[in-house]
Design a protein around this ligand. Sequence first.
Ligand code: C2E
Ligand code: MG
Ligand code: MG
Ligand code: MG
Length: 287
Amino acid sequence: AAKKEGRRRARTFDPSMLVVLEQREVLRRSLRVALQHGEFFLEYQPLVDRSRTVTGFEALLRWRHPRLGVIPPIAFIPMAEADGLMSEIGQWVLEEACREALSWPDHYTVAVNLSPAEFLTAGFTDRVSQTLDLVGLPAERLELEITETVLLERTINNLDTLNTLNVLGIQISLDDFGTEYSSLSYLKNFPFDNIKIDRYFINDLLDDEKSQTIVRSVIALSHGLGMRVTAEGVETAEQAAWLLEEGCDRLQGHFLSPPLHADHIGQFVGHRKARRTNGGATRTVTG
Ligand code: C2E
Ligand code: MG
Ligand code: MG
Ligand code: MG
């Protein structure tokens, strides 16, 4: 009844707004039980190295809502963060991704995105190493992706956390580089293994000289600091060729593959291996 009344009242000023708010409330309520109901799942997007060999996959979270269908992460992660649910969801993602990685045909790495809430949780590094032990995945096969937003607060603790992960042998990537605060002091002070250039700079790469200059500079800067560079959101073969020519270490994007359902990974890598063998490729995938 309250809902009906609300709708009637809203119509006099902004009905679309109320629909949006109602949907948000519906989402918010179902988000609280989504984990128990097993509604989350992961897709995995492959990454290739300079020889175009698949080296690993990035785990990307999706929510299969019983009525609304599959909801992308940007539509619910901020809400989960705000409601304090992201630490628990993140733990599920980590464990699920590590288990899945263990079932893959080769020793591919798996990359997991971290939200600030998770990273800042006390005992986060213990939780990560316990998860690796529990699942039986070597630390070297796990990559954790953080954004600069994660690092904004509590600098000393962040450095501790990253150093601990580093000592465990986990790879650390700075995600979405160039779109947030991009303070160069982060590159100086934190032990990243890898920088991921945001797709904002890859999108218009072949038409925009400024993007080219920025991407070239980020590659030089990262290499100078001993870090590898990944380009995300690579959509065309031309972009891929340009990036490899400029020395980019890894590529990820639709030119290679969209994120895949877990069941399709074996097929994807099998198919690539077969193609490389038939095409007289100089290397096969061995993981
Ligand atoms: P991200 O970590 O930067 O992930 C890359 C995003 O770019 C993914 O979107 C992927 O599907 C998309 N993408 C990949 N290749 C292409 C391409 O060639 N073209 C275009 N247009 N897009 C491409 P997705 O899956 O919607 O994820 C969005 C963001 O949500 C992620 O950005 C990440 O920040 C966050 N996210 C996803 N899964 C998780 C998670 O498990 N935990 C946390 N904390 N955040 C997550
Ligand atoms: Mg990422
Ligand atoms: Mg990214
Ligand atoms: Mg991005």
